[in-house]
Design a protein around this ligand. Structure first.
Ligand code: SF4
Length: 388
């Protein structure tokens, strides 16, 4: 794969990529690369048909300067006028030359979010030359010295190839958290889904990030092993994480939209998707198998069955297990109502079923659409596609 960018590429203005982790909702997004250099994972719909490229360093610096200018204008207008309507702020920007409207909007949203964090895009920013990344980070810190957190997605494959010294230099320049799509610790599952990585490399990369003094957030995908590897997926993923001890473990349940390669296997029956019930059993086994680590587990994604499955290991382990056990102990009818209510946004957690208004809405939906324990998983599949 040719990773070189065209040095002749002209600057087209401020850019932002399509995604960021849920925890970066208030971050300024700074796009260093476009799309994903791997782009082969069979479950991933994000960058399909989009070519990977590295943005010229001076273009990224221009983006940062555009946001800086916009922040200055907005703050100055607010200081001079007191609390000002948005229209006046926009007019103040419109009266100046060289204000990039996209950078201006990004600055406005960032100011509203408190300007505390920055997320470097897209899927694997650490693939660029370490010295370029250090330069970009240094410029970012020079412009916005108050920023507390700068984070990025990265592939374990890429991290494993960066020297410890370079990782340390990147850390010292300001990058203090990395999000890794671990997805699974099972080599069978990683191979089946073309993740392009092994469990061993995941562990090596995770440990390197921690050694460099950065926070590490590992994403796990419940359901990715399908029925065939559900148990192995849970056990091997927990084992990999036990060897890494990341700061955060984040759950993001598998969904299979028809745009991904895995959909063909699912349609043909080669990949048998876990039901919600199996997914809950897998999650129970996964959490039971997390041992000797101090990670914070989070379930901050709409696709997950339990949004409150959250806590610090080891002290909150029993509390988290109890949430899953309570669901598994419910009658099939009640499980069905919870599944539907959760995916329609009526419930975030099991205790929301105690709210009679919410419960009634979920029960009405089941009645209206003829959803029963027998067909609930098909309906859930359709609902989940909406959230991808
Ligand atoms: S590495 Fe990440 S962004 Fe790239 S295809 Fe795989 S899951 Fe998608």
């Amino acid at each position: 794969m040719n990773l070189k960018h065209k040095t002749t590429e002209e600057y087209q203005g401020f850019e932002q990529g399509p995604i960021r982790p849920p925890s970066e909702a208030y971050s300024l997004l700074v796009r260093v690369t476009r799309n994903c250099p791997w782009n082969r994972c069979t479950f991933c719909p994000v960058y399909k048909d989009s070519r990977f490229s590295i943005r010229p360093k001076n273009h990224v610096i221009k983006d940062i300067d555009s946001v800086y200018r916009s922040v200055e204008i907005i703050q100055k207008t607010a200081q001079e006028e007191g609390k000002v309507p948005l229209a006046d702020i926009r007019k103040a920007a419109g009266d100046r030359d060289n204000v990039d409207p996209l950078a201006f909007n990004a600055a406005l949203n960032w100011i509203r979010g408190g300007m505390r964090s920055v997320f470097i895009q897209d899927a694997n920013s650490l693939i660029i030359k370490p010295k370029d990344l250090v330069e970009i980070l240094t410029h970012l810190k020079m412009r916005f010295p108050w920023v507390e957190r700068i984070t990025s997605y990265a592939r374990s494959h890429t991290i494993a190839r960066i020297s410890d010294d370079n990782l340390k230099a990147i850390r010292n320049a300001g990058l203090n958290r990395i999000h890794i799509g671990l997805e699974s610790g099972s080599n069978k599952v990683l191979k089946m889904t073309r993740k392009g990585i092994t469990k061993e490399t995941h562990i090596k990369a995770g440990r390197k990030i921690k050694k460099a003094g950065m926070e590490l957030s590992e994403y796990v995908m419940p359901g990715l092993g399908g029925k065939a590897y559900s148990k192995e997926h849970a056990l091997e993923t927990a084992d990999a994480l036990n060897q890494i001890n990341p700061d955060f473990i984040r759950l993001r349940t598998l969904a299979i939209p028809d745009s991904v390669a895995l959909y063909g296997d699912y349609e043909s029956g080669r990949f048998e998707k876990c039901s919600d019930l199996m997914m809950a059993e897998e999650t129970l086994l996964f959490i039971e198998s997390l041992n000797g680590i101090t990670s914070v587990l989070k379930s901050d994604h709409i696709l997950n069955l339990f949004q409150n499955l959250e806590g610090k290991l080891p002290e909150d382990k029993e509390h988290m297990l109890d949430i899953v056990r309570r669901f598994l102990a419910m009658t099939p009818d009640r499980q069905c109502v919870y599944q539907v209510g959760r995916r329609l946004g009526y419930f975030l957690r099991l205790s929301d079923m105690d709210n009679s208004r919410r419960l009634e809405r979920a029960e009405n939906a089941c009645r209206q659409f003829g959803i029963t324990p027998e067909n609930v998983d098909e309906v859930i599949d359709e609902l989940m596609k909406r959230f991808i």
